[in-house]
Design a protein around this ligand. Structure first.
Ligand SMILES: Nc1ncnc2c1ncn2[C@@H]1O[C@H](COP(=O)(O)OP(=O)(O)OP(=O)(O)O)[C@@H](O)[C@H]1O
Length: 275
């Protein structure tokens, strides 16, 4: 952790008609750390990500990314495709969104379409394969291979994504998001569908990304074996409101959290897996 705040959320509210999905949320997301976002189903976690990444325009409030070289960027001022490019805030989704028929490498290169499109001058240079476009295409492949190496995925470079085991597909999704060079990586339930061994491997990967690669992570997760083991800081939402914030040790014993989430009826309990 650098002690700096990477993302400031101030009085964020998102309403859908009469339903308040995010209710006056304020939160400081630390730089080079993992911040867990937990809460029962419908608490507003994914809506929060949708507000960050420009998919929704918040009803009220502001989210500011404190960019190390560009200064403060108000995310709501950017069109959604610029949030990744300019503010370097990148997300993954609850359900896997890889192109199943494409190889792992192709999936990672396609993710860099913004840079390639710019270099193609929106088709002419690309069609003629002019040097500027070729350079951008080579760099996209190099960047993809570099992340695949760092994430130990080189043995599946040419395998169609759809043929991979579920846990590996999740890893490829994270590699693909990293190709966009995020400062803040927003992961929406990356442990969903993973077995305990895969969850433990995910923990190692997330800690590596923060400690060795300098990425900051916002992590929505129901799997407590992941969120409690890797988070530096946790924010708990319930009905769109922040009901607690603190270290994993503080959150585990917080009476409001136990009542609203951790201590629910057996059927609704978040997944506690041995790691
Ligand atoms: N586009 C939308 N239109 C109307 N209501 C919405 C919309 N998106 C989300 N909601 C509602 O906002 C509330 C919060 O939903 P959200 O998906 O953010 O919760 P969540 O905490 O991510 O839940 P889960 O853990 O089940 O993924 C829910 O009541 C949901 O039905």
């Amino acid at each position: 952790m650098t002690g700096k705040t990477l993302l400031s959320v101030q009085n964020l509210t998102m309403r859908f008609g009469g339903l308040t999905a995010i209710d006056n949320l304020s939160l400081n997301v630390p730089d080079q750390a993992i911040t867990g976002i937990i809460g029962p189903n419908g608490a507003g976690k994914t809506t929060f990500f949708n507000c960050l990444t420009g998919f929704y325009k918040p009803t009220e409030g502001a989210v500011t990314l404190n960019h190390p070289t560009k200064g403060p960027i108000r995310l709501a001022d950017l069109p959604s495709h610029k949030v990744a490019q300019t503010a370097q805030v990148v997300r993954t989704f609850q359900n896997i969104r890889l192109f199943a028929q494409m190889t792992v490498l192709e999936n990672l290169v396609v993710a860099q379409h913004n840079a390639l499109q710019k270099a193609s001058m929106f088709s002419i240079a690309g069609l003629l394969r002019l040097p500027g476009y070729r350079k951008a295409a080579d760099e996209a492949i190099e960047r993809a291979l570099s992340w695949l190496k760092r994430l130990n995925l080189m043995d599946i470079v040419n395998v169609p994504a759809g043929a991979l085991p579920y846990g590996t597909q999740r890893r490829v999704e994270i590699a693909r998001a990293l190709c966009v060079n995020p400062l803040l990586l927003c992961l929406d339930e990356p442990a969903a569908g993973l077995n305990p061994k895969e969850s433990a491997e995910l923990n190692t990967l997330l800690l590596h990304l923060v400690q060795e690669e300098g990425v900051s992570i916002l992590l929505i997760e129901h799997d407590m074996s992941v969120v409690m083991n890797v988070s530096d800081h946790i924010c708990v939402l319930n009905y769109g409101r922040k009901i607690a914030e603190g270290t994993p040790a503080e959150i585990r014993v917080d009476p409001n959290v136990i009542k609203a989430y951790l201590g629910e009826d057996e059927d609704d309990q978040p997944v506690e897996k041995a790691s």
